[in-house]
Design a protein around this ligand. Structure first.
Ligand code: ADP
Ligand code: ARG
Length: 364
């Protein structure tokens, strides 16, 4: 295979200054893309042709990224491991892939699940959601997919989902042909992914949009699957209130039914393979939409307290959004180096503590 185009090598070399010169930028890419790493990786390519530039271009275009790197194909994680591994270690606190750590085998802990509602009166928790990502075997991630592959994948996934039974039974709604009104309502109600994400666009992950993209959901919109947005599949369970047990059990049932029909890519070291290194491993993000008016008065403090429990705070419309009406999205931050059960329990235990702290501040 031909080497990396000299123009592309130049862009890779130029990335260092762009990142370092932006004083406001604090991405993990900026932290770990040293001149040594650039020298070592700038001429490498994966078998499918991905270069280091394909991995970092989003983070270079968006110097305000939190992370700033994506893998165009699964092989990128190893070909460019000198950059991906330190970022993976930094993000998934406590997991050290550089020292040979392997992500544990999947374990949803179905037999031991015990998550009594931390807010039975519904004073703090507005809703609860758990999602995981999956990739179809035999396909790269967004930047390397062609239009026909998007169509083929959508067809395969739609067929598999149409066979779901019981509470999960629902319908697939392609983005192609969906009215703006329906799309906007689904986004506002927190069911559908947003459109025009600049981090994905500059990663080359939104080509042929809306081809191959869509959403499956049951009538109650408590079980949903996003198709071909950031990942091939995002499997989601959600409902109003704080009954995490019901939400998580529904997700497990969904994953179990779908994996009988579709082959997912999994790796002994990385766990389930995803486009973004933040989502590797369990791929699980368990979250609540929650109002904690006292704790969130001082935002820096709020982020610090959440960080103590390995929790991440997002706004009410998800990542890179603001909190509207005092509602925050709080979720487990790490997804690698622990089991699915532990990732969900990490969110649950942290939320129990945050509610205790909020109550204590009310009593003062
Ligand atoms: P992801 O969860 O897939 O990483 P986002 O952070 O963009 O992606 O969130 C996707 C959507 O899910 C957003 O509309 C967000 O508000 C919604 N969401 C996340 N957690 C909850 C929750 N606990 N209750 C209701 N909606 C939620
Ligand atoms: N690339 C974006 C950033 O660095 C998103 C990172 C994590 N989120 C995600 N949806 N993969 O800020």
């Amino acid at each position: 295979m031909a080497g990396v185009d000299p123009e592309v090598v130049k862009k890779i070399e130029g990335a260092y200054d762009i990142l370092q010169k932006d004083e406001k930028g604090h991405s993990l890419l900026k932290k770990y893309l040293s001149k040594e790493v650039i020298e070592k990786l700038k001429n490498k390519k994966t078998a499918m042709g991905a270069s280091l530039w394909d991995c970092i271009q989003s983070g270079v275009a968006n110097t305000d990224s939190g992370v700033g790197i994506y893998a165009p194909d699964a092989e990128s994680y190893t070909t460019f491991s000198d950059l991906f591994y330190p970022i993976i270690n930094d993000y998934h606190i406590g997991f050290d892939i550089s020292k040979g750590a392997k992500h544990p085998a999947a374990d949803f802990g179905l037999a031991k699940l015990n998550f009594p509602n931390p807010d039975p009166e519904g004073k703090y928790i507005v809703s609860t959601r758990v999602r995981c990502g999956r990739s179809l075997q035999g396909y790269p991630f967004n930047p390397l997919l062609n239009e026909q592959q998007y169509k083929d994948m959508e067809k395969k996934v739609q067929e598999a989902l149409t066979g779901l039974g019981g509470e999960l039974a629902g319908k697939y709604y392609p983005l192609t042909g969906m009215t703006k009104e329906v799309q906007t309502q689904l986004i506002e109600d927190h069911f559908l992914f947003k459109e025009g994400d600049r981090f994905l666009q500059t990663a080359n992950a939104s080509r042929y949009w809306p081809t191959g993209r869509g959403i499956f959901h049951n009538a109650a919109k408590t079980f949903l699957v996003w198709v071909n947005e950031e990942d091939h599949l995002r499997i989601i369970s959600m409902q109003k209130g704080g009954d995490l047990l019901a939400v998580f059990k529904r997700l497990i049932e969904g994953v179990n039914q779908i994996e009988k029909k579709l082959p997912f890519s999994h790796d002994d070291t990385l766990g389930f393979q995803t486009f973004c290194p933040t989502n590797l491993g369990t791929t699980v993000r368990a979250s609540v939409h929650i109002k904690l008016p006292n704790l969130s008065k001082n935002l820096d403090e709020f982020h610090k307290i959440a960080g103590k429990y390995n929790l991440q705070v997002r706004g009410s419309a998800g990542e890179h959004s603001e909190a509207v009406g005092g509602i925050y999205d709080i979720s487990n931050k790490r997804r690698m180096g622990l089991t699915e059960y532990d990732a969900v329990k990490e969110m649950y235990d942290g939320i129990v503590e945050l509610i205790k702290l909020e109550k204590a501040s009310e009593a003062k």
